[in-house]
Design a protein around this ligand. Structure first.
Ligand code: F6P
Length: 541
C-alpha cells in the first residue's frame, strides 16, 4: 500500500493506474461468461449487514478487480476519513464544520463530547421534545384553536427539509396513524399551496415550518401564505396551536412569529440532506409515532456500525460506492438508475438525487484543484414495475451503459395473495434480462431463422440487487444510511467535500435580482440577451 489520503490526488496513486490498466480488460468482459467461469460467483460477490443483503455479482468485476478497488480505497485514506467523520473532525472543510448526522441516531447513553459540549445530551433532549409534540398531536391532547383534534400535518420546507421527511412518511405508510394525514409543501409555485390547502381546515391543521437556515425564500413565502390562510379564520393568539418550527436559527423563527417554546432546534453540524434524523423528521415522528421513529434511527445506527467496523471487503456502503465509481470513471456511464420494487419507496430516488448529486456534484477537489475524472452521475428512477413499462426499453436496447440498483423487500406489508410474488418475479426478471438478454437458442429462432436485429437483446448490462426481509422503520433507516455512506465513500474516492453545496447559491442570488425586475420595481440589470428577452416577455404578459 502507498501513503494514504490527501497528500496526493487519488488519480496520481499507483493503485489508480493499476485500476485503469485493469479496466481495459474488464470493458471487454461478458457478464454471463464470468458466471460460467466461477460457480461460486453469487456467494463470492454478495454481502450483508444491518438487515440488508447485496448481490453485486452481476457487475464487471472479478476477484482481481475487487482487490484493486479495495487497495485504491485504502490509498485514498478511506478508513481514516471515515473515522474522522464519525469523530467530529471538521470534514466539511469549506464551512469548517463536522458532519455528525451519525450522532443523531446513536443510542441514548452513548456519550459524545466535542469542544467541551456534550452533543449527545443535546440530541437526546431534542428527541424528548419531538416525543412530547408527537405524542400530544397523536393523542389529541394538542388541540386546535377551537378545541378540535389535529387531523392534518403540513410540513413546509424544501430540499433536505422536505425530501427526507416526505420520503420516510411515504415509505412508512403502513405504520402511520389512521387519524392523521401528512402533507408536504415545498414548491414556491402557488399551485402547490393551493393543492395542499384545498380540503384542509384551519381548525385542525398543524404546520411544521422546517428550515435549517430559516432564510430559504420558497419556505418563507409558503409559511407566510399558510399563516395568512390561517389568520383568515383564527386570531394571532391562536397561531401557537397551529405553527411549530424546526431550525438552527432561533432569531429568524422568532421574527416570523413562532414562539421559542414551539421551536425544535438542531445544529449546524447536520447538513440539510442528512437532516431527516434530526427534528426535521418531526413530521415523520408525528405521522408514525416516536417508537417507529426511534426504530428508524436504530436501523440507521446499525448501518453506521456496519460501515465503521466491517472490513472494506464486506462493507456494503464501500461496495456500492466502489462499483458505482468504477462505472463512472472507466465505463463512461453518466447515470445511475435506482429502481425500488416497492410502491412506498416511490420517493426514494428523489431523495437520493439530492443526497448524491448535491453532495458529489463537484469538479474541484479538497485541495482546490480540478477533479480529472467524472464525478457523480445523474441519479434517477421511480418504482420498478412502472419503470418497466416506460424507460426500461432504453436499458435493454439503448446505447448507454446505465447501472441499476434494484431494491426489493422479500415479504410485503400487505396481505393480498400472490401479488408480491409477481412483483418480485418482475424484479428478478429485469435483472436477468439486462444481464443475459436472450438465450442462444432463443436468438437462433425457429427453423434456422435467427431473430431479426430489432428483437435482439444483447444483455451484458450490470446491476446490483439489494434485498431486505420487509420494509420497516429499521430497514428503511439502514437503507438510507447505506446510501449516505456510499455518497461519503465516493466523495473520498474523488477527494471532494461532500458536505457543501456552493453551486446552489448562485441561482438564489440571481433570482432575487430578477424578481424586482419582473415586478417592474427596478431598472433592468445587465443580463445576457436571452434572460433580458425573457424578462421583457414576462412583463408584457
Ligand atoms: O438547495 C440548497 C439547500 O441549502 C439544501 O441543501 C437544503 O436542504 C435546502 O436548501 C433547504 O434549506 P433550509 O433547510 O435552510 O431551508
Amino acid at each position: 500500500m502507498t501513503e494514504p489520503a490527501a497528500s496526493r490526488a487519488p488519480t496520481e496513486t499507483p493503485e489508480f493506474s493499476a485500476l485503469a490498466m485493469h479496466a481495459r480488460q474488464a470493458q471487454t468482459w461478458q457478464l454471463e461468461e464470468l458466471f460460467s467461469r466461477d460457480t461460486q460467483r453469487f456467494e463470492r460477490f454478495s454481502a450483508e449487514g444491518a438487515g440488508l443483503f447485496l448481490d453485486y455479482s452481476k457487475n464487471f468485476i472479478d476477484a482481481v478487480t475487487m482487490d484493486k478497488l479495495f487497495a485504491f480505497a485504502r490509498a485514498c485514506g478511506l478508513e481514516q476519513r471515515r473515522d474522522a467523520m464519525f469523530s467530529g473532525q471538521p470534514v466539511n472543510t469549506t464551512e469548517h464544520r463536522p458532519a455528525l448526522h451519525t450522532l443523531l441516531r446513536a443510542p441514548a447513553g452513548q456519550r459524545f463530547e466535542l469542544h467541551g459540549e456534550v452533543l449527545s445530551d443535546e440530541v437526546q433532549r431534542v428527541l424528548l421534545q419531538m416525543e412530547r409534540v408527537s405524542a400530544q398531536v397523536r393523542s389529541g391532547a394538542w388541540a386546535g384553536y377551537t378545541g378540535k383534534r389535529i387531523t392534518d400535518v403540513v410540513n413546509i420546507g424544501i430540499g433536505g427539509s422536505d425530501l427526507g421527511p416526505a420520503m420516510a412518511c411515504a415509505a412508512l405508510r403502513p405504520f402511520a396513524s389512521p387519524t392523521l394525514r401528512s402533507h408536504f409543501l415545498s414548491n414556491v409555485d402557488g399551485h402547490a399551496i393551493d393543492a395542499v390547502l384545498a380540503g384542509l381546515s384551519p381548525e385542525t391543521t398543524l404546520f411544521i415550518v422546517a428550515s435549517k437556515s430559516f432564510t430559504t425564500q420558497e419556505t418563507l413565502i409558503n409559511a407566510h401564505a399558510a399563516r395568512d390562510w390561517f389568520l383568515a379564520s383564527g386570531k394571532p393568539a391562536d397561531l401557537a396551536k397551529h405553527f411549530v418550527a424546526v431550525s438552527v436559527n432561533a432569531q429568524a423563527v422568532k421574527a416570523f412569529g413562532i414562539a421559542p417554546e414551539n421551536m425544535l432546534p438542531f445544529w449546524d453540524w447536520v447538513g440539510g440532506r442528512y437532516s431527516v434524523w434530526s427534528a426535521i423528521g418531526l413530521s415523520v415522528a408525528v405521522t408514525v409515532g416516536m417508537d417507529h421513529f426511534r426504530a428508524f434511527l436504530a436501523g440507521a445506527h446499525a448501518m453506521d456500525e456496519h460501515f465503521r467496523h466491517t472490513p472494506l471487503e464486506r462493507n456494503l456502503p464501500t461496495l456500492l460506492a466502489l462499483i458505482g465509481w468504477w462505472y463512472r470513471v472507466f465505463f463512461g456511464s453518466s447515470s445511475q438508475l435506482i429502481s425500488p420494487y416497492h410502491e412506498d419507496l416511490r420517493l426514494f430516488p428523489s431523495h437520493l438525487q439530492q443526497l448524491e448529486m448535491e453532495s458529489n456534484g463537484k469538479s474541484v477537489d479538497q485541495d482546490g484543484l480540478p477533479v480529472t475524472t467524472p464525478t457523480v452521475p445523474v441519479i434517477w428512477g421511480s418504482t420498478g414495475s412502472n419503470g418497466q413499462h416506460a424507460y426500461f426499453q432504453m436499458l435493454h436496447q439503448g446505447t448507454d451503459l446505465v447501472p441499476v440498483d434494484f431494491i426489493a423487500p422479500l415479504k410485503p406489508s400487505h396481505a393480498r395473495p400472490g401479488q408480491h410474488q409477481v412483483l418480485l418475479a418482475n424484479c428478478f426478471a429485469q435483472a436477468e434480462a439486462l444481464m443475459c438478454g436472450q438465450r442462444k437458442d432463443e436468438r437462433a429462432g425457429h427453423e434456422g431463422q435467427s431473430l431479426p436485429a430489432y428483437r435482439m437483446l444483447a444483455g451484458n448490462h450490470p446491476s446490483n440487487m439489494l434485498l431486505m426481509d420487509k420494509l420497516t422503520p429499521a430497514t428503511l433507516g439502514a437503507l438510507l444510511a447505506l446510501y449516505e455512506h456510499k455518497t461519503f465513500v465516493q466523495g473520498v474516492l474523488w477527494n471532494i467535500n461532500s458536505f457543501d453545496q456552493w453551486g446552489v447559491e448562485r441561482g438564489k442570488a440571481l433570482a432575487s435580482r430578477i424578481l424586482p425586475e419582473l415586478e417592474g420595481k427596478q431598472a433592468d440589470h445587465k443580463h445576457d440577451g436571452s434572460t433580458s428577452g425573457l424578462i421583457a416577455r414576462a412583463r408584457r404578459a
